[in-house]
Ligand binder design. Structure first.
Ligand code: PMP
Length: 363
């Protein structure tokens, strides 16, 4: 007997409203990137696809400012890159140190805990900044194999300083993992110069591509650790031994089937990285800063208070507004969506109820 499922809804055409996406991602996608994603599908193991993946690798190396060979895009959202970074570089029972000053540190701590790492956290209130001194003390105490820091803490609107931390991690024989999902392309980061061992981002923020792919790069130190493991990583899908072959990074003559990559997502990602390369990183950083400056001034002129008081620590891609006293943030955001078709969001995790979050439209 066939199963009775009502499919009347499927007889209606797909409807997608236009929205101004001013939340912390996904952001509105420019027509050129949408068109790239709408191209006909080819096989994920065809030579033309390899060419496109090679271009993506170059585009990521430029965006990350790195020459790392072990540079790929994950088939999955930012979380895929988070899990890939942790699963590949950490083994059961090893010590991991996580800086928590918003939801993303909390999330990575949970990921590491779930795979059985020995997790230590350093905690600040949302938007708090860790000094290099504090970080060094914790590195010396916990002797972690991996230290995690969020560069662009989107739940707080913070651009955390990164200089000098990579050197401290080297001194303490720790890998330095940095999350730039919300900041890449908007706020300067120099993977090689800043001695960052593992860096990842997402496609759907300042890169302006659809969600679903996530660039990640590992340097030689990180490769040494992850390719000399005693045990296999807990995830088959995110195992870099396989992914490095799929991306042509392992020096083998043939790329073997591991999983089916998101072909359309890779087309879009390539186009968004091409736009960044044409525009230039410096210009992209300048543009974000300029637009954010107008926004900050406009908001302050309206009498609103920004959550991050020090301008130099504000994330240019995601602005957080302190919720004015006596207002219900949910109602305000619903009003803005209903009357202006604009998505803004509330805080996340520890910043819930403290801020409303506004990204920006910049093309
Ligand atoms: N890190 C940061 C800083 C983010 O802003 C986000 C997404 N908001 C993520 C990680 C997770 O990315 P995704 O939702 O693409 O999995």
């Amino acid at each position: 007997m066939s199963v009775q499922v009502t499919v009347i809804c499927m007889l209606r055409p797909l409807e997608v409203p236009f929205r101004y996406l001013f939340g912390p991602g996904p952001s509105n996608v420019p027509p050129r990137v949408l068109a790239a994603g709408g191209r006909g599908i080819i096989g994920h193991l065809h030579p033309e696809m390899y060419e496109i993946m090679n271009d993506i690798k170059k585009g990521i190396q430029y965006a990350f400012q790195t020459q790392n060979n072990m540079t790929i895009a994950m088939s999955g959202s930012g979380h895929a890159a988070m899990e890939c970074a942790v699963f590949n570089t950490v083994e059961l029972g090893e010590s991991v140190l996580v800086a928590v000053n918003g939801i993303w540190g909390e999330r990575v701590a949970e990921i590491a805990e779930r795979m059985g790492a020995n997790v230590h956290i350093m905690v600040k209130a949302p938007g708090g900044v860790f000094s290099n001194g504090e970080i060094e003390k914790a590195l010396a105490k916990h002797k972690p194999v991996l230290f995690f820091l969020t560069h662009g803490e989107s739940s707080a609107g913070l651009a955390h300083p990164v200089d000098g931390i990579g050197d401290l991690c080297r001194k303490h024989n720790t890998l330095f993992l940095v999350d730039t999902v919300a900041s890449l392309g908007a706020s300067p980061i120099f993977m090689d110069q800043q001695n960052i061992d593992i860096l990842y981002t997402g496609s759907q923020k300042a890169l302006n591509a659809p969600p679903g792919t996530a660039p990640i790069s590992f340097n030689e130190r990180a490769c040494q650790k992850m390719f000399n493991r005693k045990t296999k990583p807990v995830s088959y899908l995110f195992d870099m031994a396989h992914l490095s072959n799929y991306w042509g990074n392992d020096g083998q003559p043939a790329r073997l089937y591991h999983h089916t990559g998101p072909v359309s997502g890779f087309f879009s990602l390539r186009e968004s990285l091409a736009i960044l390369a044409e525009k230039g990183l410096e210009e992209s950083w300048r543009h974000h800063k300029e637009v954010a400056g107008y926004l900050w001034k406009g908001l302050e002129d309206m009498g609103l208070k920004l959550f991050i008081q020090n301008k130099d620590l504000r994330l240019p891609s995601v602005t957080t507004i302190a919720i004015p006293e006596g207002y219900n943030w949910r109602e305000m955001l619903q009003y803005i969506m209903k009357h202006h078709n604009m998505e803004m969001t509330g805080g996340l995790g520890p910043s819930t109820g403290m801020v409303s979050v506004r990204g920006m439209l910049k093309f």
